[in-house]
Design a binder for this molecule. Structure first.
Ligand code: ADP
Ligand code: ZN
Length: 740
């Protein structure tokens, strides 16, 4: 994991040469993309490209892989060749590069002869920085000959796992890429993937004939995603509840079957939501139309099978719901990972029922190869374990990929947020349910069993004289719904088996262990869903009405340009616009994700719209971002990476000041301040003399006492603007620690 092991290149100060490269890269990052700092491992990955060192970069979806080659491509002389598997992906990337002012193009089979000739002439004239191309086209002799006459800066292979048979998306056409090493001698090759396994990794390096490649593997954690698992009781009702939290926002609902897709989509539409279906059984054209409507934000919700998603780069998906359990954790990671690529908070909920396992087993019945069958079953088991376990979801996911999280509480899953409520006496509840099944002769299904336990008087029960059983009405104080749910949980735990055409319940060996008191199951209450917490930190200071206004403006601009809205501006940029509310170009440049090209293209429109709206609604404009960011009291700051923290913490150990660390690590004062806050919290430090000397601290405390800590700007002003925000925040944190 990055930043945590001794041999990691990031855990040391930069050499002079690296600093020079870093500052050059940063200039490009700011100018074209409007970003102020690198994401974890980006600087390292980019440096390898700049220094012609073969590399393989493994980062999760949304980790920022594209920039790892795009920024160096801008910086270097010549043309970077980017291999990408899908036309839709290429098009998206080229649109987004062009909108940032970077000269890029693609060659694909959908282009007309004229378009192709146009690209070729741009290449000949050295006008392009990046060329996207599909593998099968690149390896054509004609293409290679043509490119050999061009100055190629480096080759980047996106979705590099497609080259490996061991990966989940093997594409034979990728295999041919092994010729690149010989065709372009002396030119470095760089692979990028989100697929983590060791086998796939070394296979990629081997197939591409990488020369002593540097392999960078990032943390697989996605801290901005909030994971939840809910027992499925009434899927549509549960989905509806989630949708209500995300009005107007984009999301994907995955169902296991085509039929599930259709009925779910129809039911939701009947409830007044606007959704479109997507599955492999639809006509190509219908499918494409629905996908486009989603990407262009004409419709916000898509209900789909797993056929949907590959090639979707939409960055502002705010929720992914699984109406049924996926067949493996790899699948879950991938599908849920389509949420929150922009780094903003997003919600991933999995609705699960014990029956899902049987559905998958049924679907797997045709697998002939015993090895594959065994592997599929093992994957299914891990997936099921995830659903019923009470361990932090983030922790479980990263562990599955061979990593681990330092933090004991991720603050972003149902387990850590304590939304799961365990049953007080699970052994007794389990015994009640199981003994009823035994006494009924193991010949009845779940609904009937629940009726007996609830103490219902219906015809069948009386006929069988089950109203005379000692278990009759044993759980009469619980809802029937809850009882059914416990039966379902016991099925998931392998304590009950459902057999035959009528799914009669049978007690398994594990179930008998419960009856004998030898095994205590973990059982949960059905969640009272009302008080679900959503994370608000990314919304801090954002004027939501203005955000909505800007979203409409973005949609209009996107329509004019004929590109998806998120290519114009990401959601993160819209939020920052609605937070800082710039009315001048100078201020606009300070907004997250606004580079030079965007200022010249949309500056006038934006500044005018913001000024007008703010004047009409009496909302202040031109707010500096640092004035807004109050200290986040409960969760760790969103912009710091746990994986990188040891790099900073080492410096704090040595008692270096904020400014010294900022220079040493080439980071902003604000970033260093955030890590220092975390360091102080972690070590429960109340003495921060080293960073804020006592006289200064006293002054800050006086100001805090007089104006409070809700907003920082008034504190800053009370101190006559003489003391930086970082120091003020440190004092607040130290006081928080002291009061715990
Ligand atoms: P990946 O290819 O790894 O899934 P992307 O390259 O698509 O990820 O990046 C995901 C999102 O994060 C994009 O919207 C991108 O613009 C943004 N991003 C990437 N690097 C940075 C950075 N250094 N600072 C801010 N945003 C970034
Ligand atoms: Zn957690």
């Amino acid at each position: 994991m990055d930043g945590e092991t001794d041999d990691d290149p990031s855990v040391r100060p930069l050499t002079e040469a690296e600093q020079r490269i870093a500052s050059e890269l940063k200039t490009g990052l700011q100018k074209y993309w409007g970003y102020q700092s690198f994401r974890p491992l980006q600087r390292e990955a980019m440096t390898l490209v700049m220094t012609d060192h073969d590399s393989l970069v493994v980062l999760p979806t949304g980790g920022g892989k594209s920039l790892c080659y795009q920024v160096p491509a801008v910086s270097r002389n010549g043309l970077a060749i980017v291999v990408s598997p899908l036309i839709s992906l290429m098009k998206d990337q080229v649109d987004s590069l062009e909108s940032a002012g970077v000269a890029a193009a693609c060659i694909n089979s959908m282009q007309t002869g004229r378009e192709k000739a146009d690209v070729a002439s741009k290449i000949r004239n050295g006008e392009l920085k990046l060329l996207y191309i599909a593998p099968e086209r690149l390896v054509q002799e004609r293409t290679l000959e043509f490119l050999q006459m061009t100055k190629v800066s480096f080759v980047a292979i996106d979705e590099a796992h497609c080259i490996s048979q061991w990966g989940h998306d093997f594409r034979p056409e990728y295999r041919k890429l092994s010729c690149l090493r010989d065709v372009f001698p002396g030119i470095s090759i760089h692979g990028y993937t989100a697929t983590a396994t060791e086998v796939v990794r070394s296979d990629i390096a081997e197939q591409l004939k990488l020369k002593s490649p540097e392999i960078l593997v990032g943390s697989f954690d996605r801290p901005n995603l909030q994971y939840r698992v809910e027992q499925r009781t009434d899927a549509v009702l549960q989905i509806q509840e989630i949708l209500q939290r995300h009005q107007g926002e984009s999301g994907v609902i995955y169902c296991i079957s085509r039929k599930g897709v259709e009925t779910t989509s129809l039911s939701l539409n009947a409830l007044g939501f606007k959704t479109l279906p997507y599955h492999a059984g639809m006509e190509d054209e219908d499918r494409r139309r629905n996908q486009d409507a989603f990407i262009e934000e004409k419709v916000q919700i898509i209900v789909a099978t797993v056929a949907f998603g590959m090639g979707i780069d939409k960055s502002n998906v705010r929720f992914v719901i699984h109406a049924g359990m996926p067949r493996s954790l790899e699948n879950y990671q991938q599908e849920s990972g389509r949420a929150g690529r922009d780094g903003l908070e997003a919600e991933c909920t999995l609705l699960y029922s014990g029956g899902d396992v049987e559905t998958w087993e049924y679907l797997m019945r045709d697998i002939a190869d015993p090895e594959v069958l065994q592997a599929s079953r093992a994957s299914l088991k891990s997936m099921q374990r995830y659903c019923i376990s009470l361990t932090c979801r983030h922790q479980q996911l990263v562990r599955h990929f061979g990593q681990s999280l330092e933090s004991q509480n991720c603050g972003a899953c149902d387990v850590c947020l304590e939304e799961m409520q365990p049953v007080d006496e699970p052994l007794i509840v389990g015994q009640k349910v199981l003994s009823s099944i035994v006494r009924q002769g193991q010949r009845f299904g779940a609904a009937y069993t629940a009726h007996v336990l609830k103490g219902r008087k219906n015809k069948r029960i009386i006929e069988y004289k089950h109203d005379q059983l000692s278990t009759y009405g044993l759980l009469k104080d619980e809802s029937e719904h809850q009882i059914r749910n416990w039966i379902d949980q016991l099925v998931s735990l392998g304590c009950i088996r459902q057999v035959g055409e009528f799914n009669c319940l049978e007690v398994t060996d594990k179930g008998w262990q419960i009856l004998r008191g030898e095994y205590k199951p973990q059982l949960l209450m059905i969640r009272q869903t009302a008080k679900k917490q959503t994370r608000e930190d990314h919304w801090e200071g954002v004027n939501r009405e203005l955000f909505e206004e800007l979203r409409i403006l973005r949609l209009r601009l996107a329509g004019q340009k004929n590109v998806p809205p998120y290519i114009i501006f990401s959601d993160a940029t819209l939020r920052d616009l609605a937070r800082q509310r710039p009315t001048s170009f100078d201020r606009l440049r300070a907004v997250y994700g606004v580079g030079t090209q965007k200022v010249s293209e949309y500056g006038d429109t934006l500044v005018k719209a913001i000024a007008e709206w703010c004047a009409k609604n009496h909302v202040p404009t031109d707010v500096k971002s640092e004035e807004l960011v109050a200290v986040n009291k409960t969760t760790r700051s969103s912009s710091i990476s746990l994986a990188q923290s040891s790099l900073y913490f080492d410096q704090f150990e040595k008692k270096r000041t904020i400014d010294e660390v900022a220079v040493q690590l080439d980071r902003s004062r604000g970033t260093v301040g955030q890590y220092l806050q975390e360091y102080i919290r972690l070590h429960k430090m109340t003495d921060i003399e080293h960073w804020v000397p006592t006289p200064l601290r006293k002054r800050i405390e006086v100001a805090l006492d007089s104006v409070g800590t809700e907003r920082l700007k008034p504190v800053f002003e009370a101190l006559e603007g003489q003391i930086p925000y970082e120091e003020i925040r440190l004092v607040i944190v130290a006081r928080e620690v002291a009061s715990q």
